[in-house]
Design a protein around this ligand. Structure first.
Ligand SMILES: Cc1ncc(CO)c(N)n1
Length: 230
């Protein structure tokens, strides 16, 4: 059975089927392992040392570079101005507010301004983002974006925040659970679903595999970062 047939089978047994929910389901257990990652509990509960937070942010900035390029590809591949505006505004936030959080974190925790050592799992994630950016169609680009943003929204909404949390850690959570970000993730899911409805078998399969692979990379990345702190 093709992926598209598997989705149709799944959808037939639900009252309000959504492709993004099916994609999330077929990406278990990696999806839940990422959303419920102990790294995020430690972050919200103030149990993450400043240097460890900075080390995580260094690795994450290695993610952000090809991720920003991937958004550029998505802006180019989008069918028209409506999508380009939404993606462009997100790109604007990423390269201003969010970039500033990274820069102030590096300054605050004295991260040396040198080429960092990226973990093998960071490098593998970078390769996926670069490959998808360079050769993926719009649906695959949206699939990668839905994963990375939806996973971050889910953990940020989930974690509890202690009083007196370091302001930069609070800022990191704020960036991923604020109402504008929630709206952006809802838009991404809707657009992915609309695009997926138009795909032939082979392209639908590539989109679903890209989704699953991105979730696996998310889990591996956070496992690898966390393993260095324990
Ligand atoms: C690894 C990773 N995934 C997703 C996000 C959210 O953009 C992020 N900052 N880092």
């Amino acid at each position: 059975m093709s992926m598209l047939e598997q989705y149709r089978d799944w959808a037939a047994s639900r009252s309000a089927p959504r492709i993004s929910d099916w994609l999330r389901e077929i990406s278990e257990p990696d999806w839940s392992a990422t959303v419920n990652h102990p790294l995020f509990d430690a972050l919200g509960e103030g149990r993450l040392a400043g240097d460890d937070f900075a080390a995580y942010m260094v690795q994450d900035y290695g993610f952000v570079d090809p991720f920003t390029a991937l958004i550029g590809h998505a802006i180019g591949h989008a069918p028209g101005m409506d999508d380009r505006v939404v993606l462009g505004q997100f790109m604007g936030m990423l390269t201003s507010d969010e970039n500033s959080t990274f820069q102030r974190t590096f300054e605050t925790f004295g991260v040396a301004d040198q080429a960092p050592d990226y973990l093998p799992e960071t490098q593998a994630f970078q390769r996926l983002l670069r490959d998808t950016g360079q050769s993926g169609g719009y649906a695959e680009l949206l699939a990668a974006l839905v994963v990375t943003e939806w996973v971050y929204l889910e953990w940020a909404l989930r974690v509890s925040r202690v009083d007196g949390l370091h302001p930069l850690m609070g800022e990191w959570i704020d960036l991923h659970d604020n109402p504008a970000f929630q709206e952006f993730v809802a838009w991404l899911r809707r657009r992915l679903e609309e695009e997926a409805e138009t795909l032939d078998d082979a392209t639908f399969t590539r989109m679903a595999e890209c989704f699953r692979d991105t979730v696996a990379k998310e889990r591996a990345f956070h496992d690898a970062v966390w393993a260095r702190f324990e």
